[in-house]
Ligand binder design. Structure first.
Ligand SMILES: [Fe+2]
Ligand SMILES: [Fe+2]
Length: 297
């Protein structure tokens, strides 16, 4: 039996552990379901009431609503946040706060703050990129960026010691985390993330993002969305929104497979990448302070 098959068996055996992973907070499911209705049918007070059921989620949403990354003006009440942000933005924010409460805190090898800084950074880059090249629904792109590394949560939760070793290798050698996981565990966070994403019943295109964001050429459902997340992830890993260490390998974004996959998009030809990198730098401080603030809320 090969190491790979042993590890995969181990993963499958421990999948029972998935039941220990907190699901999206109870209040989020009805809220997100409610927010899927046509906007004209939505009621501000109903959304405020749904959010207010979970005090810490409400406090975190308020914190985010006051960040320049989301809000345009200062708000000091939940109702004010709902009105000022609009329903679409609010569901982005509620989802962000909801999933950020999911990482095991104490002994995690990868600091949850660092993990969510990377994920939030990636979500914001996806949203910006999707808007600029009119590629995909920006809200879906944001969610795809936020959830792409879901498998890291699974690994931290289900195989903490095994994942610690993989993370140490990645850090010591400066290689991408998925490469270290493949060598040391025999599978990657793409494999384990896919299991959780399927388990949660996420939409097929989001499952593809989770499963193939490191190999976008394998996707078949929404290749453009997967390629978009791949590029945003690379940009974040090359910047200060990485997984807590610097990767040694130099990546040429323009020679990346994803770039080819998106190349048919005409808006990409004139895309100002230098400007996007500049914008990413300007996000950085705000992403750091926002994620830290959410953890304190
Ligand atoms: Fe990843
Ligand atoms: Fe990532």
């Amino acid at each position: 039996m090969t190491t790979t098959s042993v590890s995969k068996e181990l993963l499958l055996q421990r999948l029972d552990g998935l039941r220990q992973i907190p699901t999206i907070p109870a209040v989020l499911a009805p809220l997100l379901r409610y927010l899927q209705q046509p906007v004209e049918q939505l009621d501000v007070q109903k959304v405020t009431d749904l959010l207010a059921q979970d005090k810490s989620l409400a406090a975190q949403c308020l914190q985010m609503a006051n960040s320049p990354l989301f809000g345009r003006q200062r708000v000091d009440s939940l109702r004010g946040a709902v009105v000022s942000l609009g329903f679409r933005h609010l569901s982005d924010i509620a989802m962000s706060c909801g999933v950020m409460n999911m990482l095991p805190g104490d002994k995690a090898s990868l600091d949850p703050v660092v993990f969510w800084e990377h994920s939030l950074g990636c979500a914001l880059v996806c949203r910006t990129l999707a808007r600029k090249i009119n590629l995909s629904d920006p809200t879906k792109a944001y969610l795809a960026g936020l959830l792409h590394d879901l498998g890291i949560i699974v690994n931290l939760w289900v195989l903490p010691e095994e994942f610690r070793k993989a993370y140490e290798i990645a850090k010591a050698e400066g290689v991408p985390l998925h490469e270290a996981e493949q060598r040391s565990l025999g599978f990657t966070h793409c494999d384990s993330g896919r299991l959780l994403a399927e388990n949660w019943g996420l939409a097929p295109d989001l499952i593809e993002v989770v499963a193939f964001h490191h190999s976008p050429e394998k996707s078949s459902h929404d290749t453009a969305l997967v390629a978009l997340v791949h590029i945003a992830d690379l940009l974040c890993r090359m910047s200060g929104l990485n997984h807590g260490y610097i990767e040694q390998r130099q990546v040429n974004l323009f020679e990346d497979t994803s770039f080819g996959l998106l190349a048919q998009n005409s808006a990409l030809k004139d895309f100002d990448w230098a400007r996007l990198t500049f914008e990413l730098d300007s996000y950085m401080d705000e992403v750091h302070s926002l994620v830290r603030a959410i953890y304190r809320a």
